[in-house]
Ligand binder design. Structure first.
Ligand SMILES: [Fe+2]
Length: 384
């Protein structure tokens, strides 16, 4: 019995760290970089510091601003075409998970022939990509900067599939999140919480995921509400950025499980934001996992600040953790599925999507049709 764990890329963390981007690209021997961003961020000034750093270091800059939420394979192809046409030798994903994942997926097209659909698969494969990929998160949530997975949509089949690639650096600068709107602060923070808690309860958890997952949960429990209520609070922004990064490190190998599987079904059918879906599905994922992993659930409960007497059963711990997460969701004004206008019967119809998700292979409980139905009903009924 053994466990393998590693880190996907070197991390440069700190307030203002993005100013080192150009020097790092130069050190890699690259001459022309493509910044992969979404339209929404283009006019905000957020990527300007990164672009300035590249230009100051004498690096040519190409901007691909075609990223959309839940990026589809077609967007990856467009980015790949531009990167090839411009002859770029470095990819820089600046933004949330969508931009970073698109940059990662484009790197496949710079190493392999064909189009994105050939490589983004239901059962993801690792590709030995050659073009350096540098990831600069602008939200405190996704953790995509320290994972090698890219998640790309197939709108034709309402599915999100993925691939594994090589990444080079994660430049984690909390200053990039200072103007993040409250709704995104809440959604992305809950996504980070889901990464940490699902990684710790994954069948493939390891000492690395336990260490970083627990630390991430403690930080999120302490700082998410502060970052939400006081957006310019430097300490809260810094700690939330670190928490999201730790959560990303936690789930790189164990991945996530039934919470993310259900959230993916929600975003596939309802087009809900990833973080919102992950938050809304997490309590039910913890509740169902409690009896299977009681010791781990106790650590999560303690990290969340639940008061414990030491005699709780796994089932009770799962319920306590679920209640605490719902309390946190209310504190950052997360709307229920009902309040968002989604019907119970539609949510219950996602059973096949959940059961067929490869993520359920990591769940400590076997996800049958019956269990998936129970989880989906709990997601809808227990948070209204
Ligand atoms: Fe996530």
């Amino acid at each position: 019995m053994y466990q393998e764990y590693s880190q996907s890329a070197a991390i440069i963390f700190g307030w203002g760290a993005v100013s080192i981007l150009g020097e790092k690209v130069k050190e890699l021997g690259c001459k022309k970089a493509m910044c992969v961003i979404d339209k929404g961020i283009e006019g905000t000034g957020i990527p300007d510091k990164a672009i300035k750093s590249l230009k100051d270091a004498g690096i040519g800059v190409v901007i691909f601003s075609g990223v959309v939420a839940d990026p589809p394979v077609e967007v990856v192809d467009l980015g790949g075409d531009l990167a090839k046409k411009e002859g770029v030798d470095c990819l820089i994903g600046i933004g949330g998970g969508s931009s970073m994942d698109t940059a990662k997926a484009i790197s496949i097209l710079l190493t392999m022939p064909g189009i994105a659909k050939d490589y983004i698969l239901a059962k993801p494969v690792r590709y030995d990509t050659k073009t350096p990929v540098i990831l600069v998160p602008t939200t405190a949530g996704t953790g995509s900067e320290v994972t090698s997975v890219c998640i790309i949509s197939r709108p034709d089949i309402n599915a999100k599939w993925s691939a594994f690639v090589n990444t080079t650096y994660a430049i984690v600068d909390p200053e990039m999140t200072l103007t993040l709107p409250r709704r995104e602060t809440a959604n992305t923070g809950l996504d980070a919480l889901a990464h940490a808690a699902e990684a710790m309860t994954s069948l493939d958890c390891n000492p690395h995921s336990d260490l970083f997952g627990e630390a991430a949960i403690r930080k999120i429990a302490k700082y998410l509400v502060i970052a939400y209520n006081e957006p310019s609070n430097v300490e809260a922004r810094t700690e939330m950025m670190l928490a999201a990064n730790f959560a990303g490190l936690a789930f790189n190998q164990p991945l996530t499980h039934v919470g993310h599987a259900a959230a993916d079904a929600m975003s596939g059918h309802f087009h809900t934001a990833h973080g919102y879906g992950c938050g809304i599905c997490l309590p039910a994922a913890m509740k169902i996992s409690g009896p299977a992993v009681p010791a781990k659930m106790r650590v999560i409960a303690d990290a969340l600040g639940v008061s414990l007497n030491g005699s709780e059963t796994g089932e009770q711990l799962g319920n306590l953790v679920a209640d605490k997460i719902r309390e946190l969701m209310r504190a950052v004004n997360i709307k229920s599925l009902k309040e968002s206008g989604f019907a119970r019967e539609d949510v219950l119809s996602f059973v096949p999507d959940v059961v067929s998700s490869h993520l359920c292979n990591h769940c400590p409980v076997k996800i049958t049709d019956e269990v998936a139905y129970k989880v989906l009903a709990d997601i809808y009924d227990s948070y209204q």
